[in-house]
Design a protein. Structure first.
Length: 141
């Protein structure tokens, strides 16, 4: 009986890891440990991930002064900042894009779930991934 239970637990462990999803609400935390915004991660009709700021922690009501195009001078709350993030492996996503509203810059994005799905590690970069910034967000729900 003990061997059977142990075998079942070991067999289900990889399935639990594969079932993790980044869908939900996340607290974005910058490189300095400051809580910047609450971001909701959803999935679009193509299966790609999209992230929308639903609350700013530090500057509620701020607008994206440095953004370009249709995001220029628009409220940051409610703004999509992550789009086209595709699943590329177990708990890994890539080929996406992220907007830094403070700088108005758009970066390539890759991400992965860590700590049993409780943390979302994002790497924004231009060109080569080595030349970028990493943030680790905490799951809210």
């Amino acid at each position: 009986m003990k061997k059977g239970l142990l075998s079942l637990c070991l067999a289900l462990t990889p399935l639990a890891a594969m079932a993790q999803s980044p869908l939900g609400t996340w607290q974005s935390i910058d490189e300095d440990g400051a809580k910047k915004a609450v971001v909701r991660i959803t999935q679009d009709q193509n299966g790609d991930l999209r992230g929308t700021i639903i609350k700013l922690n530090q500057k509620p009501g701020a607008i994206c002064v440095k953004c370009k195009g249709d995001k220029k001078d628009k409220p940051i709350e409610g703004m999509s900042i992550i789009w086209a993030l595709k699943k590329v492996g177990d708990n890994k996503w890539g080929e996406g894009t992220i907007l830094d509203p403070a700088k108005g810059e758009v970066y390539s994005l890759k991400a992965e779930l860590i700590d049993n799905g409780q943390k979302f590690k994002l790497r924004g970069f231009m060109g080569v991934s080595l030349l970028g910034r990493t943030q680790v967000w905490s799951r809210i729900d």
